[in-house]
Design a protein around this ligand. Structure first.
Ligand SMILES: Cc1cc2nc3c(=O)[nH]c(=O)nc-3n(C[C@H](O)[C@H](O)[C@H](O)COP(=O)(O)O)c2cc1C
Length: 183
């Protein structure tokens, strides 16, 4: 699949078939995470793959009732939880290198995009879920304090395609030479 087609064609998938994801496919997706760029190649990501129905239910219960991805958490054959090791990305000898502090959100975001795009190119669906009770997920999955739970995605074969939400026009976010407004 052409990369631009993958970027434009990937949608958030919220309806899944129960068909399992082959281990070989899962390995390919983890390889996509593995080859993601990261701050000074620090690779702070840690991935938890959840297949157990009771565990998926427990994770689903950390979403609010109004989260549009609620049912996909149990419908999909598995859920991938992306976590980041704290104090690694953006740090040198234990000190933050920039005013941004920990860059783990950035690196985990890149890893998630790698996973979602490759999943899409292999006919699988994903939906990034960020709005949930992170503390509760950490407890459910026994994630230690030095690891930050960032986002999760159900993963499986789409039962229905998502429709593409409208995007801003390029003129709405691209500026030349300087940020507009202040001359
Ligand atoms: C950081 C992040 C968090 C998100 N959290 C949720 C969420 O909690 N629930 C949900 O249904 N979708 C969530 N989404 C999916 C977005 O709503 C979706 O990507 C956006 O509407 C664009 O649609 P598309 O993915 O089909 O292009 C999240 C996306 C991102 C990048």
């Amino acid at each position: 699949m052409d990369l631009m087609d993958a970027i434009k064609g990937r949608r958030s998938i919220r309806k899944y078939k129960p068909d399992p994801v082959p281990e070989e496919v899962l390995r390919t997706l983890m390889d996509a995470v593995r080859w993601t760029p990261s701050w000074a190649n620090t690779q702070c990501w840690e991935v938890i793959i959840v297949k157990d129905p009771a565990m998926k239910s427990a994770l689903a219960n950390t979403l609010t009732r109004t989260n549009p991805s609620l049912s996909s958490m149990t419908e999909a054959p598995l859920v991938v939880v992306l976590c980041g090791r704290k104090g690694v990305s953006g740090f040198k000898k234990g000190e933050a290198t920039t005013v941004k502090g920990d860059w783990l959100m950035f690196d985990i975001g890149l890893a998630m995009q790698s996973l979602c795009l490759v999943a899409h190119s292999l006919g699988l669906g994903t939906v990034i879920v960020g709005n949930f009770d992170h503390q509760r997920v950490a407890e459910i999955l026994s994630v230690p304090q030095n690891i930050d739970v960032v986002a999760m995605t159900p993963l499986g074969y789409p039962a229905a395609e998502g429709s593409a939400p409208k995007r801003k026009e390029p003129s709405g976010f691209i500026f030349y030479e300087k940020y507009p407004g202040k001359q």
